[in-house]
Design a binder for this molecule. Sequence first.
Ligand SMILES: C[S@@+](CC[C@H](N)C(=O)[O-])C[C@H]1O[C@@H](n2cnc3c(N)ncnc32)[C@H](O)[C@@H]1O
Length: 416
Amino acid sequence: MKGDLFALSVAKDGEYSNLLIKRPEYRELVTFAKCKREPIYNWFYYKEGYSGELVWNLLRELNIEKNSTVLDPFCGTGNTLLACKQVGYNAIGFDILPLSVFVSNTKLQEGYDLELLHEKIREITRLKFGETRLKWPDLKFIDIRKSFSRYARKDILFFKERIMEIEDEKIRNFMLLSLLSIVIPSSNIKRDGGVLKIVKKRHLPPVRHLFKNKLKRMYRDLKRARPFPRGTVAEARLGDARSLPLRPESVDACITSPPYLNWVDYTKVYGLELALLVGPEEIEVLRKRSIRSHVGAECRRRIGLRSKRMEEILDKISEKPGFVKHPQVVEGYFDDMYMSMRSIHRSLKEGGKVALVVGNVCLPSITIDTDLILAELAEDIGFRVKEILVANARWCDVYGIRKERPVRESILIMEK
Ligand SMILES: C[S@@+](CC[C@H](N)C(=O)[O-])C[C@H]1O[C@@H](n2cnc3c(N)ncnc32)[C@H](O)[C@@H]1O
């Protein structure tokens, strides 16, 4: 991180700004970059994920004892859970999306019958193309016909139908994850920030070619993987971070990253893969239930709680013509984050530590210091905010708007 960008990212007046500590060694680790090269972590591309190495560093930095239970209330594709399980920590994760929970739990599976898996891979990859009874649903946010060639569209469903016939649950999950991971690479879709764009890709490989290669790579990862330490339990469950179904004071630590306030709607960005797991009506419901970081989420409860910094931001935004929905989203986001942090606080044992990875927001002429606002809200809940590790400070890449200051990506370190 260039020193001056960090300095420029800090507003002059800032309460809690004294807690900001430059930690450029975390810059790459808070992104998905390292996962792309790591076995198992790279089984499903989840741009919003962070690396296992980040989790191992935080476990050390927070002095979390082995065999403790670590919570990730926004577990995404389960990288916290996997990293914990690999080094002897128990972990429990929650996510609102069935896709995330499925991917997480499949990455955590152990005790495969490798011979049977090998045989099933050979069987399925030798199948000739056949008809299928399955159909793609009509999705409001993307045109399936334009998203795939006719062959790709059918082939994905054909393989899904064959996979669902497999009796062995672990092998079935393994193969379904492999299929989900090649949906975008076999389509005419590009994920662009928060949206899916239909583009003409040149030399699009056939579904069966991508599927076979992915299965082979995943199988190789399993053969080479070290067994998980004995007795550690890690699991993802469907659940809402704002009301975690956990007993009070039942977890030792929390390492997590909520959705950033960047208008990204996960039910759209991962909508094609979701559509292979749940119906279109359920996708609409999930959109409404997700954290209010985008306009599609529904306002369920208003806390109406304000921090001084938030008041200032909301005033600035309200003055902007054309920002009709922005105040609602910003207010909703911090209400939801308040509820989530309160739920984490309740589940955490006394003295339990939290690492919360968050990104700040860049709007025309306005910077929202999410890290500092969350620090204020966290103290209101009863956390002691120890430090805010700044992994990155950069000029945001939204083209053509006036930028006030560089934005930070930070890790809030707190204690109950
Ligand atoms: C930044 S991602 C987490 C990525 C994760 N750290 C990883 O490495 O894969 C945030 C996650 O929060 C989930 N989410 C959104 N609203 C939620 C809610 N109300 N409760 C729980 N999870 C939610 C999203 O589905 C998304 O997977």
